[in-house]
Design a binder for this molecule. Structure first.
Ligand code: PEP
Length: 235
């Protein structure tokens, strides 16, 4: 059984792109492929009510409490949120989230039936010093339940410098090899980092790349449509 491809749009701290709610919007669910949007918290409910498959960009593991500005996984579950990003590099950088925090978030989401999209990936220094695999191994250490993995080398996010598809494939195969065999076959491993309408097909030709987490290009409906169309083609 081939793994169903997943194309995710991370809108970050931006409003939903023009036309997101049109009948033929590229952000809408389609057959044979999972299309998921990650709007800001204020747009999440509207997107879900409009019929989009939506996820949150982050969530806390604690159910409730004195965490000003935060939202818990339990609160996301209420309105029917299906996915949540855990450990996006911008959360790790700007909110100092550690591997331990991220594992706790993912575990809390999983326990509630929300699919964690676990973001992992090495920095430029870690790649240059030959420590990229060590880094992703560490980031996966406390994850012992099913997740979607997004391999996002930090140096490729928002920089316009995407990974080479062959190098990305090598890392995806390595990540898969770290998972228990049956789980490894099932787990969807997305690539993220400057994916656009021009380079998407090259990544999708690789056997261990099961879709994308798209940032910048997901804000451009035409570019996102082209990425989704590329993923809808299966050889
Ligand atoms: C991201 O933020 O997850 C991302 C991959 O961004 P971009 O596509 O802009 O590199």
């Amino acid at each position: 059984m081939p793994r169903t491809r997943l194309i995710a749009a991370n809108w970050k701290m931006n409003p939903p792109p023009a036309g997101w709610n049109e009948a033929d919007s590229p952000y809408r669910p389609r057959t044979g492929l999972d299309v998921v949007v990650f709007p800001s918290f204020v747009d999440l409910d509207t997107c879900m009510k409009a019929g989009l498959t939506a996820g949150a960009q982050c969530g806390r593991s604690e159910e409730k409490g004195a965490f000003t500005g935060d939202v818990s996984m339990r609160m996301l579950k209420g309105p029917g949120c299906r996915y949540v990003l855990c450990g996006h590099s911008e959360r790790r950088k700007f909110h100092r989230e550690t591997d331990g925090d991220v594992a706790a978030q993912a575990a809390a989401a999983f326990a509630l039936g929300i699919t964690p999209v676990l973001c992992i990936g090495e920095s430029a220094e870690e790649r240059e010093s030959g420590n990229a695999q060590k880094k992703v191994r560490e980031q996966l250490q406390n994850i012992s339940f099913p997740v979607v993995i997004a391999y996002e080398p930090v140096w490729a996010i928002g920089t316009g410098k995407s990974a080479d598809p062959k190098n990305a494939q090598e890392m995806h195969a390595f990540i898969r090899s770290l998972l228990a065999s049956a789980e490894g076959k099932r787990t969807r491993i997305l690539y993220g980092g400057s994916v656009n309408e021009k380079n998407a097909a090259g990544f999708l030709a690789e056997p261990d790349i099961d879709g994308f987490l798209v940032g910048g290009a997901s804000l451009d409906p035409a570019a996102f449509r082209a990425i989704v169309e590329a993923a809808a083609q299966r050889p």
